[in-house]
Ligand binder design. Sequence first.
Ligand code: BG6
Length: 516
Amino acid sequence: MAQLKPFTQIRGEFCIEVRPQPCGMIIFGASGDLANRKLLPSLYSLYRRKLLSKNFYVIGCARTPLDDLSFREKVRGALAESGQDASAPQMGEFLELCHYASGNYSDPAFFKALTGRLAELDAQHKTGCLHLYYLATPPNLYASVAECLSQAGLIAPEGATCWTRVVIEKPYGWDLESAMALSRSLHRFLREDQIYRIDHYLGKETVQNILMFRFANAVFEPIWNRRYIDHVQITVAETVGVEHRAGYFEQAGILRDMFQNHMLQMLSMVAMEPPASFDADRVRDEKAKLLRSIRPFPPENLDQWIVRGQYGPGLRDGVPAAGYREEPGVDPQSRVETYSAAKVMVDNWRWQGVPFYLRAGKRLPRRVSEIAIAFKSVPHSMFSPISTEDLAANVLVLNVQPEEGVCLQVQAKHPGPRLCMSSLSMDFRYREVFDEDPPEAYERLLLDCMHGDQTLFVREDSMEVSWALIAPMLEAWKAGPTGEQAGKLHDYPAGSWGPAAADELIQRDGRQWRKP
Ligand code: BG6
């Protein structure tokens, strides 16, 4: 496919200014993977870009006894590991803002000591009593940490000049019942406006851009419906396997890991109605409404709507790769899905009859996340003998990663006397146009917590609807008393695009998966 020159003109910049707010951020689980790989590097990047308030500090909390100086050395190591220059003067300044508190999260004495520490650091960094708690702990501790914070008087009451915000990582519950139970436990101590359920896909630039793209341009919205759109494909393909997370993944599977959250959130952004304003609750009202319009999967013929697969031995970048069941920590008889493809119908006026095909999988040939809007073909070809079938329909691709951007595929004439047409791609790539890579998703989301903006966080109602949608599959796929399980688990070789049954799912409708 020929390439046109990318868009290079940026005109008329309009920004919504947000001033960084002072705060103290308390990370529970500060020695864990998430803190080291994502949270601390994102905070440092915000610091370097002067996006944090001057009145800011971090307290890392974990079990290991450490003093501030040893914690700072660990933070330095984590930042260096993430590719930052450990000798940069800004790194030293940032490390000065990092403190540490060790203790047991179920011990009230730890929270009592934390109260004193926060008061001290609030005074030292002049942050006021504005506290952002990040729960990067195992999920079974979420409710008890909230309870201990409350007992220690660390949760600001409604109307106070102080604020408390609590970020909850996924998995948020294990199924609908446990997710609702978690919400009930948290709500004993926290209001909904204090709970930030994070889905890091919502912090990715291209995912945020869906809203600007759809609602800040006049050309797309009039054709964003069943009259012009044939179908939509949402793909999250990963080359990695289960890695060191077998313990978690054996319990979760791809449906809980990717569909209940990232996939359905992206679908809701693409398909929701225009919100009245760019306000957290107006946007989240529309997302929840859209999720409620999704047709429940019929338990009686689930296989026609959703396919699941598990990678077997194969190749990764041309090198032999083990199958899922041979991975360390995985049950050699495991029937957990590492791939899933689903056909989703949205029963409302805008989308009636337009299928949304969703697929996510591990050990696929390329790392790519994209949302492709496939438009209908032209109704008639005036270029006889070229037929309407010969003219490839337009596709608008929102590239979420790794090459963030937007690309529109159109038909165009080749130069010369012969009438030849082919697909051209009009590309906009973030890196080329803005001359920088988009920031890490966590940076944006952490800033939003500090600003108190919940737009990109999952509200309780959306979270429940998403669980309710995938519940029939979870139920059907649950092993019975003798180990039998409904829904065939299809094998696919590592390094392939998933099981043949996933191709059949879409081919039954006369369509094909894109090969990104
Ligand atoms: C996480 C899942 O939420 O998202 C992982 O738990 C998955 O299994 C990851 O690998 C994918 O995120 P990203 O940003 O690398 O596409």
